[in-house]
Design a protein around this ligand. Structure first.
Ligand code: MIG
Length: 667
C-alpha cells in the first residue's frame, strides 16, 4: 500500500507517474517536527533494523551510521566521509521491527541522518515545508520496491549492444587513436562493442560540434567502426559555450533559452569551454530545443550518448571570479599572516560549485520562475529527459543509448547513469559492489561504475578484479582520466587473461541481457542484497559484499589486493562455478554455510542456486556476434532447473511481446 502525504504546496518534480491519493491522516512510523523552514521525520531504530536504499551514495548496503545529503555534487575524490554524490535518490527501505519504504519527493536538499547524530535514531530532514512524502508498506522487501518502481514508471531500456564492453578514456584525441584502440582490441581478441568519445572530439568543447582536424569525417568513422561491430559514444556537456557564430549559443540567446540571473541577464559560468550559459532544461520549450540538437550526431550514425557535468558542475561564475580577482589584488604585496593566507586560498578554492552561485540563477519551470537552488537536483534529470523525449520523436522505433552523471528519481525513465568519477582504489571497487542494489531500487538498471577507476593510477590486479565484477553490470565500461596510467585491457602484461575475463561477459550475455530486460519490464531489481531473497536467514542480513544477480546466481567478488580468495556465505546449498575463460571451468557443490574459497587473479566465480540455470553462449567479439540460439545450460539440478530466457532483436521497443520469453529446462 502506498500512502501519500502532501506538505504545503510542493514543486512538481515528475518523479512519480502513477496517481496516488493523498492521505489525510498522520504519517505512520514517524514523529514529525515542523519548523518554519524545515520538516523532520524521526524514527526510533531497533538494534537489528537495517536501512537500505539512497541509490548512489557512499558506505554500505546497510546505510546505518552515517549522514547522507541529497544534493547532486561533483566530487571525483569521494571518500567515506563524503555526504553527497552525483545523484539525489531519496528512497529508503526500513527493514526490521517494521518494514516500509519512504520516498521524499523534493528537488532540493534532503538530509538522511541514519543513526549518525544519535546511534539509534533516524532523522529525515527536508529543507522546506513544501514537498511530498510517500510511505510504502507491503509483503516483503521486493514487494515494496516493486510498488515504488511501478509508481515511478518503467526504467529506460538500453539497446542490446550497450550490454557489451566499452572502452573510454579522457580523451582519445583523434580518429587515429580510436582506430588504434579498436585494432588493439581486435588483434588481441578482446571483445569490444563501444568506444567513447570524451570532450576532445568537439570543437573547443562546443556541444554538437565536431573538431574537424581531429575527426575530419565522423560519419564515415562511425560507419567504418560499425562494420567492425563498434559504436562510437560521444559525451554531451551541460554548458553551452559563449562564442559568436556558434549556432547553438546564438539561437539559445535569441530565444531566451538560457538560465538568467535576477536582473534578467544570462548567468555566466565557467566550465570546460571557458564561459558558458546553462540551457534552461526545466523549461519545456528550451528542453525541447536542446533535445533536438542531438539529431546533429544521430544524423552522423551515432546511436548513443553520455550526459556529463549536469549537476550542473561549475568551475566558477563570472561574477564570483571578478570579485575574487579584486580581493586578490588587494592582498598582493601584503605580508600574509595565517588568516590572510587562508582567506586568499579560500577565494580561489570556493570558486567551484559555490552555494551562492547556485542561488543566483533561475528557471522557468511549469509556468513559474524558480531559483536554481530550489530545484537543483532536477537539472541532470531534465537534461537527460531533453534527450530522451527528443529520441522518442526522432527515432521512435529505435533504442538509443543514454546515460547521465547527475540524476534524480524519475530520470530513470529516460536514461541510465554511470556513478560518476571514482578513483582507482580498492575501496571504490567495494563501493561499486555495494551501490548496485540501491541503484536498482531507484529504477537505475542500466548502470555501472568507471571500471578500473577514473582518477589515480590503476594496477593490473585492480583492473582485473574490477572487470571480474564488471562483467555482471549492465553498463560495463572501462574509463579513466587524463594523466592517469593507460588502462585499456591490452595495456597490461597478460593480455590473454583480459581477453578471457571480458570474454566471459559475452558468454553469460544471454543471462545478463535476459535478467536486465526482465527486471526493467517488470519493475524489479536485478541486483539484490542476500536478505531480500533469504528473508528467514538472519546471517544473510549481515552480508555486505555478496549479491544476488538475477534469478539464478549469487556473486562474491574479490575486492582486496593480494587476496588469494575470500570468505563466502552460502544461504543454501549451491553449485560454485569457477571460470578462467568461457571454456575452462570447474564446478563444486557447496553446502549451506561459511566457506573460504580460493579465487585466483585470473578467475571469475559465481554460485548457481538450486534448480536454477544460466544460459551460456559461445561468446563473440561483439554483441551481435553472440548467438542466443546456440546455448549451453549451466545448471544446478536438484529436481529440475528452469529458466526464462529473453530474446528479441535488441534495438526495437516492443519489449513485452510474449514471444520474447522462452522457457528453458534442464533435468
Ligand atoms: O571533470 O569530460 O565524469 O567521465 O572524462 C571532468 C571529462 C569532466 C567528468 C566526467 C568524466 C569525463 C570528464 N568530465
Amino acid at each position: 500500500m502506498i500512502l501519500k502525504y502532501v506538505y504545503g504546496t510542493p514543486i512538481e518534480t515528475d518523479a512519480v507517474v502513477k496517481e496516488v491519493d493523498g492521505a489525510e491522516k498522520n504519517i505512520p512510523f514517524f514523529n514529525v517536527e515542523k519548523t518554519e523552514e524545515t520538516v523532520t521525520f524521526s524514527y526510533q531504530m531497533e538494534e537489528d533494523d537495517i536501512v537500505y536504499g539512497l541509490g548512489e551514495n557512499v558506505r554500505g548496503i546497510n546505510k546505518r551510521g552515517f549522514l547522507y545529503v541529497s544534493n547532486c555534487s561533483d566530487d571525483p575524490c569521494h571518500r567515506e566521509d563524503t555526504n553527497s554524490l552525483y545523484g539525489a535518490h531519496n528512497f529508503i527501505l526500513v527493514d526490521g521491527k517494521e518494514l516500509f519504504g519512504v520516498f521524499v519527493d523534493f528537488p532540493e536538499k534532503v538530509t538522511f541522518d541514519i543513526g549518525y547524530t544519535k546511534r539509534t535514531e533516524m532523522d529525515i530532514t527536508v529543507n522546506d515545508v513544501n514537498f511530498v512524502i510517500y510511505v510504502i508498506t507491503g509483503e516483503d522487501e521486493k514487494d515494496i520496491v516493486k510498488q515504488f518502481r511501478q509508481m515511478i514508471g518503467q526504467s529506460y531500456i538500453a539497446p542490446k549492444w550497450a550490454l557489451g564492453y566499452g572502452q573510454s578514456r579522457w580523451s582519445y584525441m583523434n580518429e587515429g587513436e580510436i582506430r588504434e584502440v579498436v585494432k588493439n582490441y581486435r588483434d588481441n581478441q578482446i571483445p569490444l562493442d563501444m568506444v567513447y568519445l570524451d570532450i576532445d572530439y568537439m570543437e573547443r568543447y562546443k556541444d554538437f560540434t565536431v573538431n574537424k582536424e581531429a575527426f575530419p569525417d565522423l560519419e564515415a568513422l562511425a560507419k567504418e567502426m560499425k562494420e567492425q561491430g563498434i559504436r562510437l559514444v560521444p559525451i554531451i556537456d551541460a554548458g553551452v559555450k559563449i562564442e559568436e557564430g556558434y549556432d547553438i549559443y546564438e539561437e539559445g540567446l535569441e530565444k531566451g533559452y538560457f538560465c538568467k540571473k535576477e536582473d534578467g541577464t544570462e548567468f555566466v559560468a565557467g566550465v570546460w569551454p571557458g564561459k558558458v550559459h546553462f540551457p534552461d532544461m526545466l523549461n519545456d520549450e528550451a528542453r525541447n530545443w536542446f533535445g533536438k540538437k542531438y539529431k546533429v550526431l544521430l544524423d552522423k550514425g551515432i546511436e548513443g550518448f553520455w550526459n556529463d557535468m549536469n549537476e550542473p558542475a561549475i568551475f566558477y561564475s563570472e561574477d564570483r571570479l571578478k570579485k575574487a580577482f579584486e580581493e586578490l589584488a588587494k592582498l598582493q604585496g601584503e605580508n600574509l599572516d595565517i588568516y590572510k593566507f587562508f582567506h586568499m586560498k579560500d577565494l580561489v578554492l570556493e570558486l567551484a560549485n559555490n552555494k551562492e552561485d547556485y542561488a543566483s540563477f533561475y528557471h522557468e519551470y511549469k509556468g513559474q520562475r524558480i531559483r536554481h537552488d530550489k530545484v537543483h537536483n532536477l537539472y541532470g534529470y531534465y537534461m537527460t529527459r531533453a534527450a530522451g523525449e527528443a529520441f522518442d520523436e526522432l527515432e521512435p522505433d529505435k533504442r538509443i543509448l543514454m546515460f547521465s552523471r547527475a540524476s534524480y528519481i524519475g530520470m530513470h525513465r529516460y536514461g541510465g547513469i554511470w556513478t560518476g568519477d571514482n578513483m582507482s582504489w580498492w575501496s571504490h571497487l567495494l563501493l561499486n559492489i555495494r551501490m548496485m542494489p540501491a541503484l536498482n531500487m531507484c529504477g537505475f538498471l542500466y548502470t555501472g561504475a568507471d571500471l578500473g577507476g577514473f582518477g589515480a593510477h590503476v594496477t593490473e590486479d585492480l583492473m582485473l578484479r574490477w572487470l571480474e565484477f564488471g562483467i555482471f553490470t549492465p553498463l560495463m565500461r572501462n574509463h579513466s582520466a587524463l594523466g592517469t596510467r593507460r588502462q585499456e585491457a591490452y595495456q597490461f602484461e597478460d593480455k590473454k587473461v583480459f581477453a578471457n575475463i571480458i570474454g566471459i561477459r559475452y558468454g553469460i550475455l544471454p543471462y545478463i541481457y535476459s535478467e536486465y530486460m526482465k527486471s526493467s519490464i517488470r519493475d524489479e531489481m536485478m541486483f539484490r542484497p542476500l536478505a531480500f531473497d533469504y528473508r528467514e536467514d538472519s546471517f544473510a542480513k549481515r552480508v555486505e559484499d555478496q549479491l544476488l544477480v538475477g534469478d539464478s546466481i549469487m556473486i562474491a567478488p574479490v575486492y582486496e589486493q593480494n587476496a588469494k580468495g575470500r570468505y563466502v556465505y552460502l544461504p543454501e546449498k549451491m553449485k560454485m562455478v569457477k571460470m578462467k575463460s568461457l571454456t575452462e571451468r570447474t564446478y563444486e557443490i557447496l553446502e549451506k554455510g561459511h566457506h573460504y574459497i580460493d579465487v585466483d587473479l585470473d578467475e571469475v566465480i559465481f554460485f548457481i542456486r538450486p534448480d536454477k540455470l544460466i544460459p551460456l553462449s559461445k561468446g563473440g567479439q561483439f554483441v551481435e556476434e553472440v548467438d542466443f540460439e546456440d546455448l549451453e545450460l549451466l545448471s544446478f539440478v536438484e529436481t529440475e532447473a528452469t529458466y526464462e530466457l529473453y530474446t528479441d532483436d535488441g534495438f526495437t521497443k516492443e519489449y513485452d511481446k510474449p514471444e520474447h520469453f522462452k522457457h528453458l529446462i534442464s533435468k
